[in-house]
Design a protein around this ligand. Sequence first.
Ligand code: FAD
Length: 420
Amino acid sequence: MTAASTRPRVLVLGGGFAGVGAAQKLKDADADVVLVDRHDYHTFQPLLYQLATGLLETTGVGHSLRDLLARHENTIIHKARVTSVDLDARTVGFEGLAPISYDYLVFALGAEVNFFGTAGAAEHAYPMYTLPHAVRLKNHLLERWESADRDPELVADGALNVVVVGGGPTGVETAGAIAELYRGNFAKDYRDVVEADARVTLVEAGSELFPMFKPKLREYTAKALAERTVEVRTGTAVASVSPTRVTLASGEELRAHTLVWGAGLQGSPLVQSLGLELQRGNRIGVGPELTLAGHPEVYVVGDIAAITDTKSGGPLPQLGSVALQSGEHAGETIARMIAGKTTKPFTYRDKGTMATIGRGAAVVQMLGGRTMTGLKAQLAWGTVHLALLPTNEDRAKAVVDWAGAAMTHQRVGRITVDGE
Ligand SMILES: Cc1cc2nc3c(=O)[nH]c(=O)nc-3n(C[C@H](O)[C@H](O)[C@H](O)COP(=O)(O)OP(=O)(O)OC[C@H]3O[C@@H](n4cnc5c(N)ncnc54)[C@H](O)[C@@H]3O)c2cc1C
């Protein structure tokens, strides 16, 4: 790509499933593609909980964007934070990088944590949406156990207790994984600490966990969590958080030095500056082609977009497969337009709804209503999620990583790298 290029420029903002999906489909387009992300890596969010609990290391969850797109000769990558978007001038501003103008824009900045104004959450909670979040949680859990090892009295103060907020997939899988880390590994790692006194509590404001699943899958989930010693509290909201206490809306105070937040998402604050009418969760509404009304050159894809499902008429969920497919659609459509070919509206191919709970425990509900649980469901989860990885090399590496972790259950990542 040269500065004097006369080819159309496609600017992709965000290197998540949606942004990378778009860039993949633009590989052979007669265009200059520029992808910008605040990180130099793509985050595989569905496995953040495995990083937080030491099963995978950072490179098992974060993949170099430059590596992923190394074979795309028409593509360059910048690591920079997007600070402004001028839709009329077709220009995007960045922190520390000169503004970039575009002919086509793929807006794929994803979502960020929503604490719903819960007092103390922004300061003291441990959200689970980014790689730094997962590393921070892992380090904090290790630090609390090391402290309790030195001073066992801390256990009674709740140093090892964890409250996880959110009865959706993020909360359930994180609670399950932390309980397995505690009972399976820390129980042996810290022999002087009474591990049974360390409690993992899952709090959900709604009346049940996993409302999107059939009752029998919800029952399976409750049983699998109980087997892992996760205490479930439904119909209870968290009112406030301090470094050592979690207060519920009922006034009850839980002793816990860790509150993991897996309860809600909102579009990045940047979308509020665009002067658009936003939908629930600050998501940007798009038409059937995934473009912005009045801006056919702007594609909005992934978690940041409110995409209508052509089959149900409702909004599509914020899922990896929705993000990947919508991003791919944007990339493919732009490539076809540049080549003077016809385009078609977006349709989502539903691969089923699924979630993991722990080792060998997962639930799957297919579109036709068929369900699976246990190891079979976990394998189905693995197959669908492998497809989210961008290259065959990544898939091969993931199979080795996941199989190794599943077979040995060794949590080699449970070390703290700090100090000198
Ligand atoms: C813990 C967790 C578990 C999940 N589990 C599953 C699962 O099992 N199955 C499933 O299908 N889905 C799962 N999801 C949802 C799925 O990961 C998301 O739907 C998907 O990642 C959305 O992709 P995206 O590309 O829209 O956004 P993201 O993946 O969030 O990517 C957005 C990118 O934009 C970048 N960015 C954001 N703001 C800026 C800025 N201002 N400047 C520059 N760059 C910026 C970010 O660094 C990021 O790389 C899970 C999500 C979480 C958090």
